[in-house]
Design a protein around this ligand. Structure first.
Ligand SMILES: [Zn+2]
Length: 136
């Protein structure tokens, strides 16, 4: 049973993300005990270089997972948003990890999910999918 529904802005952003991320985000929201919002999916060249300049991204165009279309990364935040409180972000990330396991293997096959919280610079909203190498 889903407690929450994506807002219009989140829906629009998700529509520009890879379908695996769409399925994943829907499942995460379904099991989430807090409301979530998608704040970023695809970033064009201007937006990516702006994010880099503002130190919101470590990467210049076109190196980010946000720069392919549909995007292979989304940024999601828990609501109500408080950047200084990490616990709701950690709870959200757990939902995404659980959601990934719940997705049909036909959907996730060949891909792995990575969370920005595991990056050295702790990018808590960032969720990305990466193609598995053939030999893995
Ligand atoms: Zn991101």
């Amino acid at each position: 049973m889903s407690n929450f529904r994506w807002g219009v802005g989140s829906k629009t952003k998700l529509s520009n993300a890879h379908y695996i991320l769409q399925k994943l985000a829907d499942k995460a929201l379904e099991i989430s005990k807090q409301d979530l919002k998608v704040i970023c999916s695809f970033r064009n060249e201007h937006d990516q270089n702006k994010a880099f300049a503002e130190k919101k991204s470590k990467l210049k165009w076109p190196k980010s997972k946000h720069n392919c279309y549909p995007s292979e990364a989304i940024d999601v935040v828990p609501l109500p948003l408080d950047w200084n409180n990490i616990a709701p972000f950690e709870e959200m990330i757990e939902c995404f990890e659980e959601a990934w396991e719940l997705l049909d293997e036909d959907i996730t096959q060949g891909w792995i999910m990575q969370v920005g919280a595991d990056f050295s610079w702790r990018d808590y909203p960032h969720i990305q999918i990466v193609r598995k190498h053939k030999n893995d």
